[in-house]
Design a protein around this ligand. Structure first.
Ligand code: BEZ
Length: 257
């Protein structure tokens, strides 16, 4: 999982593992799309705390995990000491034609500019290697983010477009980038994946874990009030039987070098 642009590491690796482990659980079906083969060398781009790299290792893969967050990488190393993990930026990977596949789950919506990441991925792959990724697509979590921004403005604060930390492309936009760089796109999908955020505090936990940058320069007590207003206004649409359901929309792509 990538950090936002800039240098601050916003991630709390323990909170991520404790309350947001669904991220890697959903990633298991992406591993099926990757179809890793014994002995392949695969880069897990945005490895977070290492769970999917662990799964790939169990499949007999020679896996390398990279993430921009130092705290995530530290946690990954302590959980999976037999796997190689490094702090690296997706737009500036150090690899040259050495992987059979680059695999990336729930990361590329954090990475700007996207073209630089697609170029670095292409460069990292051997000729004939594959790029298999899933991340937030156009309209992802829009019900939630639109309400947060509305509440920030209602509280008298400015919200600048640059504060929105995510890139949520359509498959047309993203596959165009892939083709520009040289990939042959063999698969692309944009689908709804309603995602359960466990318990009564599921939405506030999610906002606190992932939405920090939306609240830059807003005092803590106002932030708390804004989150409470968001919860109240979204309860009717997103709260069902004791859990919050976030309106995730994903894209999945496969490209061959
Ligand atoms: C996502 O995986 O789509 C996502 C996760 C955290 C914040 C925004 C989007």
């Amino acid at each position: 999982m990538e950090t936002f642009q800039g240098t601050k590491d916003y991630w709390d690796a323990s909170l991520y593992d404790g309350k947001h482990s669904f991220v890697s659980k959903y990633g298991n079906s992406l591993v099926e799309l990757l179809a890793p083969k014994d002995g392949e060398r695969i880069l897990d781009l945005g490895c977070g705390t290492g769970d999917l790299a662990g799964t790939l290792y169990e499949c007999g893969v020679e896996v390398v995990g990279v993430d921009k967050s130092e705290s995530m990488v530290k946690q990954a190393i302590s959980k999976y000491p037999h796997i190689q993990f490094f702090v690296q930026d997706a737009t500036n990977l150090v690899y040259d034609c050495e992987f059979d596949a680059v695999f990336s789950n729930a990361t590329l919506h954090w990475v700007q500019p996207p073209i630089k990441a697609v170029q670095a991925i292409y460069h990292s792959l051997k000729q004939g290697g594959r790029f298999v990724a899933e991340f937030g697509g156009k309209g992802n979590v829009q019900t939630i983010t639109a309400e947060i921004i509305r509440q920030i403005k209602n509280s008298g604060f400015e919200f600048k477009a640059e504060q929105f930390p995510w890139f949520y492309p359509s498959i047309a936009e993203y596959t165009k980038l892939m083709e520009e760089v040289g990939f042959r796109v063999t698969f692309a999908q944009h689908y709804d994946r309603p995602t359960q955020l466990d318990g009564e505090n599921g939405l506030s936990n999610w906002i606190n874990m992932f939405g920090g940058m939306l609240f830059a320069n807003i005092p803590e007590h106002t932030k708390g009030q804004i989150i409470e207003n968001v919860e109240n206004n979204l309860k009717e649409t997103l709260y069902q039987e004791g859990n919050w359901i976030a309106d995730y929309k994903r894209i999945r792509v496969v490209g061959v070098k």
